[in-house]
Structure formats: C-alpha cells, structure tokens
Ligand binder design. Structure first.
Ligand SMILES: *Cc1c(COP(=O)(O)O)cnc(C)c1O
Length: 394
C-alpha cells in the first residue's frame, strides 16, 4: 500500500487529455468555439438523445431546465431528500417550492411508493415537475414514476448515472440520458463524476423547443435568429434579449477535455464495475453489520459511489469515529447525503414530515473510495481497514 492518501473519488487524467487541452490553448477559441458543438454531439450520441446542451455546471444545467420549463413562484416540484443540495436549489432559484419525497431505505432511490406519498402531500394543481435522482449510479424506475406523475414532466438528475441503463422485460434497455420517459436529463462533469472537465454539466433532451430555450437562457437570453426578432433590421451587430438568461457557458478548454474523457467512458465504467464487484465479495466477509447498498434489478448501473450501509448502533461505534479512524489510515470517505430537507434553509421553506426511508438510509450510509485509477489491492486495503476500525475480523 502506498503511503499516499486515497480519496473517496477523483479524476483520472492521461496524456491525451492534457494534449487535448493544450491544443485548445494554441488555437483561436478558448470559449464559444468548435469544441462545444463537438462535445455536445458526442455526448448526445453516447446517451442516445436527440440534443445535448453543454453548460458551466450540473447545477447551472438544472437551473436552465427549471427556468426553461417556465417553473416559477407558486409552483411545486417533488424530489428526493437524499440528493446533493443542487437538485433542490435549482427549484428554489426560480422561486418555486420543493416538496421532499422519502426514499427506499436500502437503495436511497425515490421509488413509486415514495413518489405517490409525496404527491399526496403536494397540491395537485401546483406540481410542475418531478426530479428523480439516479443515486450512486443506479437508475430510478422511470417508466413507473412517469405513470404515477401522469402529465407532470420528469426531469432526471443523472449526475451519478452517465453510462447506466434501465432494463425492462420484453423491451430493449434504455440509456440514462436518452430521455425515454423524461423531458430532460442533467449530467455533471465535476472532477469526481464519471467524466471530468473540472466544473461542467450537460443537459440532454429530445424536445426541439426546449433545447432552443435552454441555449438562449445559457447565453443571457440573447436571440440572434433574425426570424425571431421583434424589430426588422439589417444592422449586422443587432441582437435581442427576450428573456432573462445567464452566462452558463462551458469553455472550449473544458469541452476538449470532456471529449477526450468521453472516449474513455466505457473503460471507466468497466473498471468501476470491477472494483465494485471486488468490494461486494470482500465486504461480505465482514458479516451482517456491513452491507453494500442493495442492487436493483431494473438497472444496469454505472457505479458512481461505493456506498456501504453500516449498522453503527448495532456495532456500538459512531460514524464520526469510524471516518476519523479511516482518515488516519489514509482512506478518504464521505457521507452522501445529509437529507436536504433537514438543512436550515429548507426547514424554513418546506414542511416535511418524518421520512423513515431517508433516516434509515442516512443513518447508515458511508461512501468508500471508488474511482477508475484504483487497484484491487487498494479495495482490499480499504475493506481490511474498515473491518479493523469496526472491530470485525475478516
Ligand atoms: C454533482 C451533483 C450535482 C451538481 O453538479 P455540479 O456540476 O457540481 O454543479 C447535482 N446533483 C447530484 C446528484 C450531483 O451528484
């Protein structure tokens, strides 16, 4: 074991990635250049969507979607409480209210029963969207959620699930991001995600009108298409602003890096899968107090996080002590996530009942290191160390 600290996640960058970025630095366009379209096209092809829109972060992308769908003050949006803050914040940015749903205590996913229960708490005529989160790289049961949501559009927070598929009986698997039962899907290319551009995001959609709105909002709300001008003019510098937009563009430096990273996605996911399998085998030796999250059978996952559910109470240890002890052994861990509805900001704005699945999941979850640059020996070291810290012998 090397004496270097093992983080819970990090990017894997090779010489081709570095050359791709250097190439942009030598060229004419640092931003709004040709790599943006290239990255968008390659991404859309990868997930089998009609359109892809690159943006400055996953958070920015979620905000573009809520704004682009015209969600605003007085509206409500349902999303699971086990997610990153950004999912909820994208709803708050446009002045709408978040209705937090419960999750399955073993998978952390918002399933059909949890969505049903959240709908019963929301006001039917105010609900404008539902945002399932494909937590840890396992997908939500989109078809079933869509049936329950009815006319209300689904927006996928797919930040964990680039490369995952939903599988159905008697039908071809559907790639996450192909938007087979959603209006749009959002991915992040933050450094710890499946592919890295530092900061960055990508929206996919099959909706020809929505994609135009998203592109306009990404660039200050500026319209350059003469056909859409309110004033007839031939002034070559002329443009119009029809809506309040943002600067949520992704640079060519990042898009070139993203393209290069995307070419390795298959390898990244296969390696994550192998590491996950190794974890599953070695973790099973620790006994009943420690188990990897339950895998769902409607999904071919793209493992983003390696979450174990630990019965800390049963073992008579605190999670804080375990995290500290692992840090001392050079192992980074994280907790994904603190229930968003319990954050002071949201306590004031949403009245959420006790969510038993959320509490069950949150009280036990711990994310162990998982990223494609890791070795099988490092997995074994992590599990051995975890066993030692928990007082369990392998
Ligand atoms: C990373 C992440 C986001 C936000 O993406 P950024 O690119 O960091 O803005 C949103 N939701 C989930 C579930 C994420 O993991």
């Amino acid at each position: 074991m090397s004496d270097k600290f093992l983080p819970y996640s990090r990017q894997v960058i090779d010489e081709n990635d570095i050359a791709a970025v250097a190439n942009v630095l030598r060229g004419d366009w640092l931003t709004t250049g040709p790599y943006v379209k290239d990255f968008e096209e390659a991404f859309a092809n990868t997930v089998e969507a009609r359109h892809a829109v690159a943006c400055s972060s996953g958070t920015a992308g979620l905000h573009l979607i809520t704004a682009g769908l015209g969600i605003g003050p007085g509206d409500q949006v349902i999303l699971p409480s086990i997610t990153f803050l950004a999912t909820a914040n994208a709803v708050s940015y446009v002045g709408a209210q978040v209705v937090f749903s419960d999750v399955d205590g073993e998978t952390g996913l918002m399933g059909p029963p949890q969505l049903q229960e959240a709908l019963s708490r929301a006001e039917a005529n105010r609900i404008k969207a539902v945002i399932p989160v494909h937590l840890n790289g396992q997908c939500s049961k989109m078809e079933d959620l869509q049936k329950i949501a009815g006319d209300v559009p689904l927006i996928e927070d797919a930040c964990h699930a680039l490369g995952a598929c939903e599988i159905f009986s008697g039908k071809k698997p559907a790639k996450i991001g192909s938007c087979y039962s959603s209006r749009a899907a959002m991915f992040s290319t933050h450094a710890v995600k499946a592919i890295a551009t530092g900061e960055g995001g990508m929206i996919t959609t099959n909706d020809n009108r929505l994609v135009e709105t998203l592109r306009t909002l990404r660039n200050h709300g500026i319209v350059r298409d003469k056909e859409r001008f309110r004033i007839k003019t031939n002034e070559p510098w002329y443009y119009e602003m029809h809506e309040l937009g943002f600067n949520y563009r992704l640079t060519d430096l990042q898009c070139a890096l993203g393209l290069s990273q995307l070419s390795k996605l298959k390898w990244f996911i296969e390696k994550r899968e192998k590491l996950q399998q190794r974890y599953a085998i070695t973790l099973s030796k620790l006994g009943k107090y420690v188990k990897p999250i339950q895998t769902v059978d409607h999904c071919t996952p793209a493992w983003h996080l390696l979450v174990v559910l630990i019965d800390f109470d049963g073992l008579g240890v605190t999670r804080a002590d375990v995290v500290q002890a692992l840090t001392t052994k050079g192992i980074g861990t994280q907790v994904h996530y603190i229930p968003v509805h319990s954050q002071p900001y949201y306590l004031k704005r949403s009245s959420t009942p006790f969510l038993s699945g959320v509490e069950l999941y949150y009280s036990r979850c711990l994310s162990l290191p998982l990223w494609p640059g890791m070795s099988m020996e490092q997995v074994d070291y992590v599990v051995l160390s975890l066993g030692e810290v928990l007082g369990l012998n392998i």
